[in-house]
Write a protein that binds this ligand. Structure first.
Ligand code: GLC
Length: 481
């Protein structure tokens, strides 16, 4: 069948089954339960651009140098698709790639899911696809299906596996980069459909479909969302299937709101949401980027995201050889060590019951427990207002003996104070559990501010209210400005 005919058949099939598809969408949101409990996942940006590492012909185009992130190289350096392909595909031979090691690092870090770039904006697929020869099997000497190896390894080690997929931007096939694409728009949409079918039928359970930079064409986006639902109704679909300009209520296949890159949200989330964050400036591997966040930065950011009710998808950008960087492994291992002792304050928690946070940090909640994430220590004690009851007990989460910490409760103003030792037991984030005999009662008159959004400008919070801002929140925190 020629392509046009095939597209026509697909369209007719879609129109005929569209009502069925709508019905096959999950009726409830039970498919979101694991995702809500997980709170923390690994993002992986890896592809042809990783070979260049942000540089082209001796010039640096990485984000730290003021350009776009390293995976935008084709666009930033204005490279034609022919030259980009001819230069990079023969070099893509990451023989040190070991799915077992990557997944072990994610698991050790306490991450519960993994999302990797199956196809980024450059159009190159890390999986075996029939839709094009611009993929790891046909175009590179490596000839190993990376998505297959990683998905199998995640299943083996008990982590959920998902893919990032750039559905709208494809500088190679669709064009919009330098020169035109290899395909007409119609044929491009068919390529997307074929690739989605492949991703959703060849790699076992697809936990997340992380679409990116969606457009405003609702017919296009809805058809792609419907296809995902049809093939795997439990796949969690990222809101970037649609452009941010599409009103929330029209994003019918979006399961969660993906916040702008690297953003610590201003306030409590009102629905399922996720922030994605880099470990340095760039998403893709960049040889000159040394703006590393510390493991304390990551632990703080994770805690603040959880306190606002937001998942954190933390990025790594593996090397051309196929390895994670030692700096990435070190940080993730340190965060994992913290998670081993304090994971209860993150996994399966709800956002803070209070619509503000505190100078010392913020809180998460689970049943009749509050978890105070103390990011800045004060020997005078850790104090909070807003809960109208005396707690029954307080102790350090990392203390297996749960030795009680002295408590003072002042009913006037509903202020609770936990007395603490002079030195913080955990310099990254000491978690204090505050337990209540009954359920947690919020004082509806309580007032407070978002300290970690507005006041702490030199840390995570160089964030304006606008959507586009906040992208560089943490790197500036690291340089300590
Ligand atoms: C943006 C960028 C992209 C990156 C993504 C990660 O959409 O275009 O390069 O993959 O953010 O969230």
């Amino acid at each position: 069948m020629n392509k046009r005919k095939r597209l026509f058949t697909l369209l007719i099939t879609f129109l005929t089954i569209a009502p069925v598809l709508v019905r096959s969408a999950p009726k409830d949101d039970s498919h979101m339960e694991w995702w809500r409990d997980a709170r923390y996942g690994m993002f992986i940006h890896w592809g042809l651009y990783s070979i260049a590492g942000g540089e082209w012909k001796g010039k640096d185009y990485g984000k730290e140098q003021g350009g776009a992130s390293a995976e935008w190289l084709m666009k930033s350096a204005d490279i034609s698709k022919e030259e980009y392909r001819a230069t990079l595909t023969p070099q893509f031979n990451p023989t040190s790639f070991d799915a077992e090691e990557w997944v072990s690092v994610a698991k050790e870090a306490g991450m519960k899911y993994v999302v990797i770039t199956s196809k980024h904006h450059d159009g190159f697929a890390l999986f075996d696809t029939e839709a094009t020869d611009y993929d790891v099997m046909d175009a590179t000497p490596f000839k190993r299906d990376i998505i297959k190896e990683l998905s199998e390894e995640c299943a083996k080690q008990g982590l959920r596996f998902g893919v990032y997929y750039s559905q709208t931007k494809d500088w190679y096939h669709r064009g919009l980069g330098k020169g035109s694409g290899t395909l007409s728009n119609e044929d491009y949409l068919e390529l997307v459909q074929i690739q989605l079918d492949e991703l959703l039928s060849k790699y076992g359970d697809m936990a997340v479909l992380w679409f990116d930079t969606g457009g405003s064409n609702l017919i296009e986006a809805d058809a792609q969302g419907a296809r995902v639902r049809e093939l795997q109704p439990d796949t969690v679909i990222c809101s970037r299937l649609y452009s941010r300009r599409v009103p929330l209520e029209d994003r019918r296949y979006a399961d969660f709101e993906s916040l702008p890159d690297r953003m610590l949200p201003a306030e409590l989330a009102t629905g399922d949401s996720e922030t994605c964050m880099t470990l340095r400036h760039n998403w893709g591997y960049d040889r000159n980027d040394d703006a590393w966040k510390s493991s304390k930065d990551v632990v703080e950011f994770l805690a603040l995201c959880a306190a606002r009710g937001v998942n954190l998808l933390l990025n790594v950008g593996p090397t051309p050889e196929g390895t994670l960087l030692p700096e990435e492994i070190d940080r993730l291992t340190e965060v994992g060590a913290w998670m081993k002792e304090n994971g209860d304050a993150i996994y399966g928690t709800q956002q803070s019951p209070l619509d503000y946070d505190f100078w010392w940090g913020a809180m998460t909640r689970k049943e009749n427990k509050l978890y105070l994430h103390v990011l800045e220590w004060k020997r005078e004690g850790i104090e909070f207002n807003g809960i109208a009851a005396k707690p029954s007990k307080a102790y350090f989460l990392a203390d297996p003996k749960q030795k009680p910490l002295p408590l003072i409760y002042d009913a006037k103003g509903a202020v609770t104070k936990v007395k603490v030792p002079a030195k913080a037991p955990d310099s990254k984030n000491t978690v204090i559990v505050v337990e209540y005999a009954e359920s947690i009662v919020v004082d509806s008159d309580a007032k407070g501010k978002y300290h970690w959004y507005t006041n702490r400008r030199t840390r995570h919070t160089d964030i304006e209210k606008s959507e586009a801002a906040g992208r560089h929140a943490l790197p500036q925190a690291v340089t300590g400005n």
